[in-house]
Design a protein around this ligand. Structure first.
Ligand SMILES: NC(=O)c1ccc[n+]([C@@H]2O[C@H](COP(=O)([O-])OP(=O)(O)OC[C@H]3O[C@@H](n4cnc5c(N)ncnc54)[C@H](O)[C@@H]3O)[C@@H](O)[C@H]2O)c1
Length: 277
């Protein structure tokens, strides 16, 4: 999709972070926006910042009916989406065995099934456009796995597998598909998540893991959004967002079973700096 000008762009999780930055940049590029988030105030604030009329809906991506109704409203009121970004996501820090099934399912319903719901609800209208784009948010943790993130890793690996299969199914159609793998981006993802214990299964003080995340997540959401929109403009099948993502992807290719040794050494060095993960 060469330009966003005049295009209808639908984004889930548009009330914060990468979703908000994607929305504001799309608005500046002349897109017409359909914005959804489970936090009404937050998504209304994004629409206000966009400074243009937007279709705004309170949507929990765990709710099939709400996601379908959002897509139906976009079709009826804006003539259908040209681009859809399945961006809504949450974080969970908990180790296997101690992690409650309820927390695991909460994350999976949002980070994986939310992407599936958004894809299924919007695909029929995307197929009707001559040049359409679907963007699914995975993570660099959809390429490597790390301790304490088994649920998040499983969901983001699943998003990657689902998106790569779908891209092949849509080959030759008018719908292009991009899977996004950000490294650390300075957003509210840790503060909005359930940060229950460290990767060693230790209990944490209030706000401790969030502060550790802030210390390592360097890229701004605005830079992340600009990288994602550039990838959409060149119909890139996959995009690594940030230098950390770029190098981690290289490391995984070089040491597909050996990379955890480096993960352990990075964790040990972080702990010397007083950061626990
Ligand atoms: N920040 C990072 O370092 C990073 C790295 C890799 C991938 N990602 C992915 O990027 C995406 C955006 O995350 P972010 O960093 O901007 O986080 P964020 O917390 O700043 O924004 C996420 C948004 O999604 C919304 N949301 C959460 N659950 C929802 C639900 N059930 N229904 C509707 N909306 C919901 C939140 O209200 C929030 O507005 C996520 O999929 C995340 O996993 C982020």
């Amino acid at each position: 999709m060469k330009t966003l000008s005049g295009k209808v762009v639908a984004i889930t999780g548009a009330g914060s972070g990468i979703g908000r930055a994607l929305a504001l940049q799309a608005a500046r590029a002349g897109a017409r926006l359909a914005l959804a988030d489970w936090k009404r105030d937050a998504v209304e604030e994004t629409a206000r910042l966009a400074g243009a009329p937007c279709l705004v809906r309170e949507v929990d991506v765990r709710d099939d009916g709400a996601v379908s109704a959002f897509a139906a409203d976009v079709a009826r009121e804006l003539g259908g989406a040209d681009a859809v970004v399945n961006n809504a996501g949450v974080s969970l820090a908990a180790t296997v065995g101690r992690m409650k099934r309820e927390d695991f399912q909460w994350l999976f319903e949002i980070n994986f099934w939310g992407v599936v719901r958004g894809t299924e609800a919007f695909l029929p209208q995307l197929r009707e456009k001559p040049d359409a784009h679907l963007v699914n948010l995975s993570s660099i943790f959809g390429i490597i796995a790390v301790p304490g993130q088994a649920a998040y890793n499983a969901a983001k690996f699943a998003v990657r597998g689902y998106t790569e299969a779908l891209r092949q199914e849509l080959h030759g159609s008018s719908v292009h598909v991009t899977c996004v793998h950000p490294g650390g981006v300075r957003t509210n993802i840790a503060r909005n998540g359930r940060m229950l214990e460290t990767s060693r299964g230790e209990t944490v003080q209030e706000g401790e893991l969030e502060r550790s995340f802030d210390a390592v997540a360097k890229l701004s959401p605005e830079k992340a959004a600009a990288i994602i929109w550039r990838a959409v403009a060149r119909d890139a099948p996959r995009v690594l967002v940030g230098w950390d993502a770029f190098w981690i992807d290289k490391l995984q290719r070089l040491l597909p079973v050996g990379y955890p040794a480096l993960v352990r050494s990075i964790r040990a060095r972080s702990e010397k700096r007083g950061l626990r993960f």
